[in-house]
Design a protein around this ligand. Structure first.
Ligand SMILES: *Cc1c(COP(=O)(O)O)cnc(C)c1O
Length: 372
């Protein structure tokens, strides 16, 4: 079987280093809010090229707490509108509604699957306060245009970078474009912990301070509570593991890019649409290929055929947010581009331990796929 993503193999590459990191924490006697977290926050801020990284419990909290912090700082208030792509993973939207803010779904570009800047402009109202672009599948959204729109309309920008650790555009990484950015280190992400973890990156010192309080019961100083906060901490064991894995991230990304290039050069079937890499040569972009998403009108048939030939594929994602039960009030709305994407996409195996021979087998199978 060619697995979609072999997490066990990926982590076993660093088994000794990971055990060393865990042993260090066990023997330190300090398990929450210590040296490993401080080190990881510094390392990750440096990696992204920003001043601050604030570790939290997961990617959803990274987004939710940033919006919450902006409310506490008086920059936004309940009922304000947040522009978000209509084809994102549900977590981007949950972060908005959890704060009693109003999501305004904006359709993506059918080629890049990222939010379309022209459509953002059309969706802005006097209540719009935030744009929440998602760097979907590992490719940065059109951040130059989005930042220009935000500046023109005095809007905040919160990047959802959960799928794009290390992705770049114009030599600037995900996490360093907006006013703040949320990251997830869920095990299956490009930088994955061995459990849940997340972080916010920002250059704003006041926001960083507020987030540090919010994640810790709203407390800046022991036993003093400025805010009605939450418990959303990145523990020492996960921070130690992330310190190890961050060292290897760029090497893993190189392999993902190699495989993506093989697929792009090798797959040639009129029934299959390959991913479109917008600025690879012009703007020094770096797609980090969290997933390799193709599109076909024969998605079910292709998925079944690949499974019959021992190739595991997934769908990111099968149901668009506006058709979810959780958001019944949107079920009658129509977002045709999202609906087409959700009906046609399929993610091929990609990852830092996928064998080149296996990628070649996937290419051959895709090329031999036909509809009788
Ligand atoms: C994974 C993901 C999240 C949520 O991260 P968790 O750590 O699972 O909470 C948010 N947004 C996007 C786009 C994601 O892919």
């Amino acid at each position: 079987m060619i697995p979609f993503l072999d997490l066990k193999n990926i982590n076993q590459q660093y088994r000794d280093e990971l055990i060393g990191a865990c042993t260090r924490v066990i023997d330190s006697g300090w398990y929450i809010g210590g040296k490993e977290l401080e080190q990881f926050e510094q390392n990750f801020a440096n990696y992204c090229g920003v001043k601050f990284a604030i570790g939290v419990a997961n990617g959803l909290d990274a987004l939710t707490l940033t919006l919450r912090a902006w409310k506490e700082l008086g920059k936004i208030k309940e009922g304000d509108e947040v522009i978000v792509p209509s084809n994102t993973y549900i977590a981007s939207i949950l972060a908005i509604t959890a704060n009693n803010l109003t999501p305004v779904l904006v359709e993506p570009d059918i080629n890049t699957y990222n939010i379309a800047p022209q459509k953002i402009k059309a969706a802005i109202t006097p209540k719009t306060k935030v744009i929440l672009p998602v760097h979907l599948y590992g490719q940065l959204a059109e951040m130059s245009e989005i930042m220009a729109i935000a500046k023109c309309h005095d809007l905040l920008v919160l990047e959802d970078s959960a799928q794009s650790h290390g992705a770049q555009l114009d030599y600037k990484k995900a996490g360093n474009w907006g006013d703040a950015s949320g990251f997830s280190f869920y095990p299956g992400k490009n930088l994955g912990a061995l459990g849940d973890a997340g972080a916010i990156t920002t250059n704003d010192a006041e926001l960083a301070q507020t987030l540090k309080a919010l994640r810790n019961y709203g407390s800046h100083e022991k036993y003093k509570n400025l805010f009605v906060g939450v418990n959303s901490r990145l523990d020492e064991i996960q921070a130690a593991i992330l310190n190890v894995k961050l060292e290897h991230l760029d090497d893993e990304t190189k392999i993902r890019r190699q495989i993506a290039n093989l697929y792009i050069e090798g797959i040639n079937n009129p029934l299959i649409t390959l991913p479109y890499v917008k600025h690879e040569t012009f703007n020094h972009s770096q797609h980090v290929w969290h997933v390799f998403v193709i599109r076909t009108q024969y998605r079910e048939a292709l998925q079944e055929y690949l499974a019959e030939h021992d190739v595991q594929t997934l769908i990111h994602y099968p149901i668009p947010p506006h058709q979810q039960q959780a958001y019944k009030e949107w079920n009658n709305l129509s977002y045709p581009i999202s609906e087409q994407i959700h009906a046609e996409i399929l993610s091929l195996p990609i990852g830092p331990t996928l064998m080149i021979e296996d990628a070649k087998k996937v290419i051959q199978l895709c090329n031999e796929f036909e509809i009788q």
